[in-house]
Write a protein that binds this ligand. Structure first.
Ligand code: EPU
Length: 337
């Protein structure tokens, strides 16, 4: 285990923001982690645990220790008649793991194909797409308590999962390092096909038989057509959450804006943030290297050398303009540091 000093984080965040970390350390084993937490640098500095940096916007240098878990491994830990329990180490790439599941006919995660990020970070914001959230398939989380050095297991119900939320974003923020996640996959085909876009894509490609692999392929295609390719244009996926509205507010908005796009999500009415931002005139906007993606207004992009502050200022202008046009508050989904 090596602690490096003054490392650029540009290649460690998908926005491609060029800031430095005072200290930077990759964790390959649980032993590495236990060694790290007894070091002086760990004890005397603020810390940041970084997965693939796919949901973060750096606005300044990080004057502390960045810990990047790169532990690898996928293991079957239990099998029942209908289910299969898979333990995955935090450093595995999310999309590669999803594709591994599809090939192995372990069902449940296919709708989450092509989401950038690492397995260890995936439960923190309860990643979700096309009607599935990680909470639907997650069994438990193994984490190291960074204060006591003890290993702790969190069951699904301990994690307080909600739309892009978990306990690890709030009460337990910075207190634990998630080093592996156990998923409860189905041996039986149990697909979530509630999204018209997915059905249309499957129809278009004439898929002969529905399978996890076919769904993952269709979703990968949809995502590639709407979201910027992280290796080409910097972004962190959806920058804002889809805001919720009360019934009363929604009815009021619907009179003024009859085309307003909403979602059947939980019990509240969710408004499409992408639609609100597009209607406020921001889709395809660019100033310097900071912009709003031309195919999906919910995604802010860095065309090359934008600073985190420039992206943040753009986000603030969008928030103000959506507020003045619709009276709706947008909140970032991305972690801003
Ligand atoms: N829309 C517009 N203009 C836009 C974008 C969207 O009018 O520029 C409207 C359209 O009516 C479109 C609808 O919004 O049909 C929904 O758009 P989309 O299917 O792209 O979904 P989203 O609400 O923008 C959410 C998640 C995505 C997830 C997709 C698919 C959030 C914040 N985002 O996006 O997650 O992939 O649904 O399930 O919930 C992420 O979190 O980083 C992410 C990409």
């Amino acid at each position: 285990m090596i602690i490096q000093e003054n490392i650029s984080l540009k290649k460690y965040n998908t926005f491609g923001i060029d800031v430095n970390a005072r200290y930077f350390c990759e964790i390959r084993t649980l032993y590495d982690l236990q060694t790290l937490i007894s070091s002086e640098i760990f004890q005397n500095n603020s810390r940041l645990i970084l997965g693939n940096g796919a949901n973060i916007l750096f606005t300044k240098d990080f004057d502390g220790l960045v810990i990047k878990p790169v532990l690898k491994g996928i293991e079957i830990v239990d099998v029942t008649k209908t289910e299969i329990f898979i333990n995955v180490q935090a450093g595995e790439n999310w999309h590669e793991f999803v594709m591994h599941c599809c090939k192995s006919k372990w069902n449940g995660l296919e709708n989450l194909a092509y989401i950038p990020g690492s397995v260890g970070a995936s439960p923190v914001q309860n990643i979700g797409a096309y009607g599935v959230e990680i909470k639907d398939v997650l069994d438990s989380i193994e984490a190291l308590n960074l204060e006591t050095g003890e290993i702790e297991i969190f069951q699904n119900s301990d994690c307080k999962f909600a739309y892009r939320e978990s306990i690890f974003k709030h009460e337990y923020k910075g207190k634990y390092l998630i080093y592996s996640v156990t998923f409860r996959m189905s041996k039986l085909p149990k697909f979530n096909m509630n999204y018209a876009a997915v059905n249309d894509e499957l129809k278009r490609t004439n898929v002969p038989k529905l399978s996890a692999k076919a769904i993952a392929k269709a979703i990968t295609h949809i995502r590639k057509s709407k979201l910027p390719e992280p290796s080409e244009i910097g972004s962190a996926g959806s920058f804002f959450k889809n805001p919720s509205a009360s019934q009363k507010m929604f009815e009021h908005l619907k009179i003024q804006f009859p085309d307003i796009v909403t979602y059947p999500m939980d019990s509240e009415i969710k408004l499409s943030a992408g639609w609100l931002i597009e209607q406020a005139g921001w889709k395809g906007f660019r100033e310097g290297d900071a912009g709003v993606h031309a195919q999906q207004a919910l995604v802010l992009v860095n065309y090359g050398n934008a600073t985190g502050i420039e992206i943040l200022n753009l986000a603030k202008r969008i928030i103000d303009s959506v507020k003045s046009k619709f009276g709706v508050d947008l909140t970032p989904e991305v972690n801003i540091l």
